[in-house]
Design a protein around this ligand. Structure first.
Ligand SMILES: Cc1ncc(C[n+]2csc(CCOP(=O)(O)OP(=O)(O)O)c2C)c(N)n1
Ligand code: SF4
Length: 287
């Protein structure tokens, strides 16, 4: 029997604000898994701390809710231990682009086969409305009451400059399109970033559904060639009256880190553990 999105539903009460863009991301993700027919036991969802972090509570799969900023290294460890698992790291703009930013360029250059889906609402939601690295200049927040004086970070350009082999942007106001991107990212050979524009209806009064819907356009509808790095770089800097969504850049000819490691070493999941005696260790650590 074909899988349904409800097969990935933990049936828990969802605690996001009504209208939050996170609902659409959750729906798109469950639909993606069902359409790709991936068994829940073969999926690991890793999240850090933030409103988005509850994805582990709402997706029926293996889940690991880690500390703020660290979904990438934990997801990397899981993927290296068992390359056969589908490992998805969900992150926030605070998580991925502030406290955890050191991990993104390295995951990209290594081409580790994890997928990073960033709920980019350009604000810290969980801690109630502080400025984030992607908040627009001039935006008033709890920590910038007179308006932010900093130019925002460009995650698409950062990923491209770091050597990422799949870089895309989605809009939480378009579930069908987001789903297409999630499917492509999952099928991609190595590291994939999807930066998802996610309206936070409670704390971000600038990037609303209305604001974003009026500006987003699909790269594929304007003949963008995702194999062209130079074009991708130009598109990465387009932000204003027009905001591109879709796949900026993709190449499939680079082996993933786990493939390179596999050539010389057996992943830990394949090690024979039947003859390992842990009784000495247990004795040592038992009170
Ligand atoms: C080490 C550490 N520093 C700070 C915090 C406080 N903290 C929790 S969530 C968060 C930011 C959340 O923003 P984001 O990652 O964008 O997720 P959102 O809540 O917007 O979904 C911060 C600063 C923490 N939990 N741990
Ligand atoms: S605070 Fe913002 S990001 Fe968090 S649940 Fe509410 S609307 Fe969503």
């Amino acid at each position: 029997m074909p899988r349904k999105p409800s097969d990935y539903d933990t049936r828990r009460w969802i605690q996001w604000c009504p209208g939050c863009g996170n609902y659409a991301i959750l729906m798109a993700f469950r639909q993606t898994l069902a359409e790709l027919d991936i068994p829940p036991e073969e999926i690991v969802v890793v999240t850090g701390i933030g409103c988005y972090g509850r994805m582990t509570n709402y997706v029926l799969a293996n889940g690991f809710h880690v500390i703020h900023g660290r979904p990438i290294p934990v997801a990397t460890g899981i993927k290296l231990a068992n390359p056969e698992l589908l490992v998805i790291a969900f992150s926030g703009d605070g998580d991925a682009y502030a406290i955890g930013i050191s991990h993104l360029p390295h995951a990209a250059r290594r081409n580790i086969g994890i997928k990073l889906f960033v709920h980019n609402n350009a604000i810290y939601g969980l801690t109630r409305g502080q400025v984030s690295p992607t908040s627009p200049e001039g935006m008033k927040t709890r920590t910038t009451p007179k308006g932010s004086i900093e130019p925002p970070l460009n995650p698409i350009a950062l990923a491209l400059a770091s050597g990422a082999t799949f870089v895309a942007r989605a809009f939480a106001g378009d579930i069908q399109h987001m789903k297409t991107l999630m499917k492509e990212a999952i099928k991609h050979r190595g590291f994939a970033l999807i930066d998802i524009l996610q309206p936070c209806v409670t704390y971000n009064y600038i990037y609303t559904y209305q604001y974003l819907r009026k500006r987003v356009y699909k790269l594929e509808e304007e003949g963008h060639d995702p194999s062209n790095l130079e074009e991708a770089w130009k598109k990465a800097w387009e932000w204003g009256d027009r905001i591109p969504i879709g796949i900026f850049y993709r190449r499939e000819d680079v082996p993933a880190l786990e493939e390179r490691i596999k050539a010389t070493r057996t992943p830990p999941v394949k090690h024979d553990i039947t003859r390992i005696d842990v009784s000495k260790l247990l004795k040592e650590h038992t009170i």
